[in-house]
Design a protein. Structure first.
Length: 562
């Protein structure tokens, strides 16, 4: 018997069901069958009457909703949805291969379930629903309004990467027809949230109205992206609006999966549970640090990749420094629970960090991944993995816990044709061009290159994307491709007033920007703190997002390279 592929706990799909298989379906727990294959479609195909008789004998219900292949109508989808509601569950629906049944289910769920979730469930079952994406986005109906807009360059995402790319392009060719797609009204300087949680910045210092940052001459489409049709050079917006492009830049950032830790969403912002990864929670971190004079403070880090891999421990060092300054540190048990196996991924910087781990008396606990939290009970549960790969759940009590959520590509990216197996936009790590769609580029946290996901990385990536895209269009004379070397920077705030300025490229290679007499990147530095607190914010707002590129001009491939 062929395996029924589950779409939800209520419905599964499969290929042709035969009467002799129905007792097995009954034993598997199914209570009803929907037949979507018309009688007589295949020479060896049993009739629905035979299916129904076998189902009745097994104590199951059966319904006949025949649909010709390639001709799923809006009415068919509506009937499928209504039938699914009526039947006892779980239901198994079948056609020749399962594709029609999956299509009917996908269209029937439009408006009830987010489009990316529909596509992901179908994809997990082995069915590609990209051919009906527009219909799902249109509430399950064939779009009647076929109007489209088009731009030479479309940028998905109005965060650091998207706006920097737009500004970089405009600085090189100010007559370009560019549109940015992003539904957000507010743009955040996320690197500043560490300092909000450390009592240095005010939250409002890290936000600007999005409208004030869109580069002059760039159109802002205030909408959410639902899907991509790269073969058609089209982006599908929610509501089924279509935006066409000659070149596409994908930079929507990543998804903070707060729901990935059981119980976390219910307790964030209270019960001593906080995170500097959210604008509204970073002030609560500082509130907890100021109020805690004894007890247990836990700091977590999920599996990689994550946005700014140093941020989890930055929060810890600044908190420990404040407790030390007040004379309370000896009464606070500080523990860093890291899902990974090392303190920091670039080993050259670990010795300087370990000095602060010892100074603050921090207990380092590796291979511990936060899975569940109960705020009122002040208890967290971690999955511990030993050297042999064996796993067990361990419990920790806390008075304060700083949580870093697991992180993934956004849902509409993960289920799109642009994604690799891990869900990230699949690019060449040097040119940042998509490996399968030459008219698409990506930068920032969403793309697949093995670099650190930081704003500093996006600052270096934006001019690479701009130059390579303009080179494709014949708008610049440079014959060589611009190359991104994997640069990332992590100003590790080890105490208030000192930073270890980690700068690195692909392979964990140190690439310090300054001479050692000015900033020694291997040691905590007051000058690096000044850079973090006073210099980098205006560089972000007034240079990176304005197309000015001090210390960010791209390198180029060597002459003669392919």
């Amino acid at each position: 018997m062929s395996e029924a592929k589950k779409l939800t706990p209520q419905i599964a799909v499969r290929d042709q069901v035969r009467p002799e298989e129905i007792p097995g379906l009954k034993s598997a727990g199914f209570r009803a069958i929907i037949a979507n294959r018309p009688d007589g479609e295949g020479g060896d195909q049993p009739t629905f009457a035979e299916i129904e008789a076998a189902a009745t004998a097994a104590g199951m219900e059966a319904r006949y909703l025949p649909v010709e292949t390639g001709k799923v109508s809006d009415e068919d989808a509506a009937r499928f949805g209504a039938t699914l509601e009526e039947l006892p569950k779980p239901v198994v629906a079948f056609c020749r291969s399962g594709t029609r049944s999956t299509t009917l289910w996908s269209l029937s769920q439009a408006g009830r379930m987010p489009l990316p979730e529909i596509l992901e469930r179908a994809k997990s079952a082995g069915y590609d629903m990209s051919g009906v994406t527009r219909r799902i986005a249109n509430g399950g109906h064939v779009p009647l309004d076929t109007s489209e807009t088009s731009h030479d360059i479309v940028i998905v995402g109005g965060g650091a990467g998207g706006i920097a790319a737009a500004a970089s392009l405009r600085a090189r060719a100010n007559d370009l027809d560019i549109a940015i797609i992003d539904p957000a009204d507010i743009h955040y300087y996320q690197p500043g949230w560490t300092l909000v949680g450390g009592g240095v910045f005010k939250p409002e210092d890290t936000r600007r109205d999005m409208a004030s940052l869109i580069p002059d001459g760039v159109k802002w489409i205030r909408a959410a992206v639902a899907a991509f049709e790269p073969e058609a050079h089209a982006v599908i917006l929610e509501g089924c609006r279509v935006v066409r492009y000659k070149k596409l830049i994908v930079a929507p950032g990543l998804k903070l999966n707060w729901g990935g830790v059981e119980g976390l969403e219910q307790t964030l912002g209270r019960n001593g549970v906080t995170s500097n990864y959210r604008y509204d929670l970073a002030p609560y971190t500082w509130e907890l640090v100021r109020s805690l004079s004894g007890g247990t403070a836990l700091f977590t880090q999920p599996p990689m990749p994550i946005k700014c891999a140093g941020a989890p421990q930055k929060a810890m060092y600044l908190s420990a420094y404040e407790w030390e300054r007040r004379g309370d540190l000896e009464n606070v048990n500080v523990e860093f629970l890291n899902a990974g196996g090392v303190l920091f991924g670039v080993k050259d910087y670990v010795p300087a960090l370990m000095e602060y781990v010892k100074r603050y008396g921090i207990d380092l606990t590796f291979n511990h991944d936060l899975k569940k939290i109960d705020g009122p009970a002040k208890t967290a549960w971690f999955e511990k993995t030993d050297a042999g790969g064996n796993k067990e759940i361990v419990e920790r009590k806390f008075d304060m816990i700083h949580v870093v959520p697991p992180q993934t590509a956004p849902d509409f990216i993960r289920v799109s044709p642009l994604a690799n197996e891990a869900g990230w936009v699949e690019v060449d790590q040097a040119t940042l061009r998509h490996v399968r769609y030459p008219d698409i580029y990506s930068l920032g946290d969403v793309m697949s290159a093995p670099n650190a996901k930081t704003a500093a990385a996006a600052r270096k990536q934006a001019p690479v994307v701009a130059e390579n895209l303009l080179r494709d269009l014949g708008r610049i004379d440079e014959p060589r491709k611009a190359i991104y070397d994997g640069y990332g920077s992590c100003p590790l705030t080890v105490e208030r007033g000192k930073v270890v300025l980690a700068e690195f490229a692909y392979g964990g290679r140190r690439v310090p920007s300054f001479p050692r007499w000015f900033i020694d990147d291997l040691k905590p530095s007051k000058t690096a703190w000044l850079l973090k607190e006073k210099i980098l914010p205006p560089v972000y707002w007034q240079a990176m997002l304005k197309g000015r590129e001090p210390m960010a001009r791209p390198e180029h491939e060597k002459a003669g390279a392919a």
